[in-house]
Design a binder for this molecule. Structure first.
Ligand code: ADP
Ligand code: MG
Length: 238
């Protein structure tokens, strides 16, 4: 399960219209990437899906349920941000366990989920360290691990690699693809980086000024861009 449907989603801050009626059907298990220039509304759109913010109008459904009034914690989603947002005073293991303990999961279940995530992300060697003792790449793996242990319906990732250096970014991309192939969970991934979008996505949503310019596979966008903006942004000759 992990089908997410947006119908006419509008978001305004006061008199400022940021999202102008977004219609989108995200399939279960899809790796979908929102791409567009800085300020076009990618994070705002993700925050409406996450439940961190509420649309001014329009509907969001998750697996058929209208979730506009469902709090973030009850949507079954897990979010990963650019800034790792790990608890600095806790060890990696404690960071991973924190949300699960709050949800009152039994200890053996928490331990087995942490062990599985640690194996998948190869973070088992530093479960007892604190975030301050880790590299940027290691920290971002822990942040992804913290999302994985929650067994979410979908992952929402907002520019998760943009704080990493170029080399690490490329290897983490490959890791994220492998992770998706293994988990087969819906992933909604925000980036302003066209190459990242092209390499990761099953489908790309190109946003501009709070509107969708085109939705399609990387190949479709490259071969048949809907307009000059998409062509220019995706890098195909127009
Ligand atoms: P992106 O993630 O694509 O860079 P954002 O979604 O963060 O873009 O922002 C889109 C626009 O909405 C920007 O112009 C930003 O200044 C504005 N914006 C975002 N959040 C708020 C807010 N809470 N209040 C007012 N304006 C906001
Ligand atoms: Mg953003």
């Amino acid at each position: 399960m992990g089908r997410i449907t947006l119908q006419k989603v509008v978001k305004s801050f006061g008199a400022l219209d940021i999202l102008h009626g977004i219609d989108l059907d995200i399939q279960d298990g899809e790796f979908i990437v929102f791409v567009g220039p800085s300020g076009c509304g990618k994070s705002t759109l993700l925050r409406q899906i996450a439940g961190l913010d509420k649309p001014t109008s329009g509907q969001i459904h998750i697996d058929g349920e209208l979730v506009n009034d469902v709090p973030a914690a009850d949507r079954g989603l897990a979010m990963v941000f650019q800034s790792y947002a790990l608890y600095p005073h806790m060890t990696v293991r404690q960071n991973l366990a924190f949300g699960l303990e709050n949800a009152r999961l039994p200890k053996h279940e928490i331990d087995s989920r942490i062990a599985e995530a640690a194996r998948m992300l190869e973070i088992g060697d530093y479960l007892n360290r604190r975030p301050g003792q880790l590299s940027g790449g290691q920290r971002q793996r822990v942040a992804i691990g913290r999302a994985i242990v929650r067994n979410p319906t979908a992952f929402l990732l907002d520019e998760p690699l943009s704080n990493l250096d170029a080399e690490l970014r490329i290897s983490m991309r490959a890791e994220l693809s492998a992770l998706h192939a293994r988990l087969k969970t819906t992933m909604i991934y925000v980036t302003h980086d066209q190459i990242e979008a092209m390499t990761l996505a099953n489908r790309i949503v190109v946003l501009r000024k709070g509107k969708i310019e085109q939705v399609g596979t990387p190949l479709e966008l490259y071969n048949t861009p809907a307009n000059r903006f998409v062509a220019g942004f995706i890098g195909a000759p127009s």
